[in-house]
Design a binder for this molecule. Structure first.
Ligand SMILES: [Zn+2]
Length: 215
């Protein structure tokens, strides 16, 4: 498998970029945060129960659980699959375990893209987004989807994402920056980091990624 790691705070446009990388380059997007939210919404999920205490405190999950979750998600993937990872690896220890595993299993790490975005821009973007609590689809608030409107996928009632209020957003962005700075350094030292200004169009971002990693 070929893995592209996408790093960026909430509101940096990771989701939109991932969708374009999927459409153009067949990278299957995996957001471990979304997977965890789905599992936590399922009262029968053992994994969901294991994660709940960390997520409730707003903490990141421990390194050992992160690798388990990741391996669980990719179990059924095709050996030639291209995968865009959002949320894993999150720390240097996770990246080291991940790199060892990639080597051992003969997979390939394409590189790491870091989407850099100013706090105010990210908050503006997040406020413009609604999520369906049932199927986790997201919709732009502006395009005729006010809060309370029906989800186009399943009919659920759209609402702002639970962690999108500005105070928590600022905290999460600061935390994201602190937690991921050593990880960015780690990729940088291996010549695998591409830092991009997230204010560009998604197409411009995608083209820079193509050129840098020869997709
Ligand atoms: Zn839905």
């Amino acid at each position: 498998m070929n893995f592209l790691v996408i790093l960026g705070p909430p509101g940096s446009g990771k989701g939109t970029l991932s969708r374009q990388l999927q459409d153009v380059h067949q990278f299957t997007p995996i957001s471990t945060g979304e997977v965890i939210r789905q599992k936590m919404a399922d009262p029968l999920s053992e994994v969901g129960k294991a994660f709940a205490p960390f997520m409730d405190r707003g903490d990141y999950i421990p390194d050992s659980l992160a690798l388990d979750l990741f391996q669980d998600i990719i179990t059924d993937f095709d050996p030639d699959a291209r995968v865009a990872l959002d949320g894993f690896p999150r720390t240097v220890p996770q990246a080291e375990i991940f790199a060892d595993w990639i080597k051992q299993e003969n997979h390939h790490l394409v590189g790491c893209v870091f989407l850099d975005v100013a706090v105010e821009i990210a908050i503006e973007r997040m406020n413009a987004r609604l999520v369906c609590p049932n199927c986790r689809s997201t919709f732009p608030r502006i395009a005729g989807h006010p809060a309370g409107a029906a989800c186009l996928s399943c009919g659920g009632e759209l609402m702002p994402r639970e962690d999108d209020d500005p105070v928590r957003m600022r905290q999460r962005m600061l935390r994201h920056d602190q937690v991921t700075a050593p990880l960015r350094d780690w990729f940088q030292q291996r010549n695998q980091l591409l830092a991009l200004n997230a204010g560009q169009t998604t197409t411009a971002l995608r083209e820079e990624i193509e050129n840098t990693f020869n997709l």
